[in-house]
Design a protein around this ligand. Structure first.
Ligand code: NDP
Length: 282
């Protein structure tokens, strides 16, 4: 690589499943940038050393994926959203300082903006299924958007209760079994659990209890259309899918590393969809 060339990477363990190289290398080529985006499989015990040597390895920044999103916080200067969410997925250098943010937050919101116009108009109450790492980014995004009541239903109630401590009294932690009783009051339903993923079982909820104006978002993207989204579409509800969030969360990192704000286009979406379908056929 030449002196003007820039490199970024995704750091994960494993890292083979990540679609980030496909997305970022597509944009690198599209914008004629001299650069490269690589995949780095780094086990937890080697993560700190890897991050401390990120610049000497020639990287201007990185994405961080499972299981390193929390460890990345302690090794960087996190911004408010990474701090609030308690996890970082994007690292970049400003001079010698390594900064961190969490772009799942804007990925979730920008995907809703793109998929369901005015989705947040009159949005008072949301029902979020799940209380894992991705749910923290989703709930933080909704709190920032001013949603007053966010019901968080989780199989392990204690994890949902932690959300109230983290995000304040607008959060109503509820048992998993209580979710169906809240559908009638939810303007937005979001699945952040791993249910709906290929081989993981499905969300079984009576979607006919939702109001006709309700929006349904699922952040799972394998399969591309989960049973939850298919049922919502069949009911005529507006939906936002997980692949859209994945593509939109990549935008800010690319801009930080390569200095150009890229676009999520139908062509990029088709490229990643085709790649995801290859996995389904395996
Ligand atoms: P975590 O492991 O942190 O959380 C998993 C969540 O799913 C927990 O709330 C867990 O409940 C719940 N869950 C798992 N199995 C079941 C079950 N059988 N019944 C009920 N609840 C269950 O995972 P993440 O938050 O990191 O990821 C969750 C999903 O989001 C994954 O499918 C991931 O691929 C996707 N994702 C998508 C992104 C995108 O850009 N589209 C970004 C990040 C994640 P409990 O607490 O009880 O264990």
């Amino acid at each position: 690589m030449s002196d003007t060339s820039r490199a970024a990477c995704v750091i994960g363990w494993p890292a083979g499943h990540s679609r980030s190289p496909l997305i970022h290398n597509y944009w690198i080529k599209q914008h004629g940038i001299e650069g490269e985006y690589r995949r780095e499989a780094v086990p937890p015990e080697a993560f700190e050393d890897f991050v401390r040597n990120l610049a000497s390895k020639g990287y201007v920044g990185a994405n961080v994926t499972l299981p390193h999103k929390e460890a990345a916080l302690a090794l960087s200067e996190p911004d408010d959203r990474a701090e609030a969410v308690g996890a970082a997925n994007t690292l970049w250098f400003d001079g010698k300082t390594l900064h961190a943010t969490n772009t799942d937050v804007e990925g979730f919101v920008e995907n809703l903006n793109a998929s369901c116009r005015s989705w947040d108009r009159g949005l008072d109450s949301a029902l979020v299924l799940g209380a894992g790492g991705a749910a923290r980014a989703v709930v933080y995004a909704l709190v920032q958007r001013g949603v007053e009541r966010i019901h968080v239903a989780n199989r392990t109630l204690a994890r949902a209760e932690e959300f109230r401590e983290r995000f304040g009294k607008g959060i109503n932690p509820v048992r998993w079994e209580e979710a169906s009783g809240l559908l009638g009051v939810a303007d937005l339903l979001v699945n952040t659990t791993s249910l709906g993923m290929t081989g993981q079982g499905d969300i079984e909820l009576p979607l006919d209890h939702l109001q006709p104006s309700a929006v349904v978002a699922d952040i799972v993207y394998t399969p591309l259309e989960t049973k939850l989204l298919a049922a919502a579409r069949e009911r005529g509800l507006r939906t936002a899918d997980g692949l859209g969030m994945l593509l939109h969360q990549a935008v800010h990192g690319f801009e930080l590393w390569f200095g150009v704000r890229p676009e999520v286009t139908p062509e990029l979406r088709a490229l990643v969809e085709a790649d995801l379908r290859k996995d389904v056929r395996k």
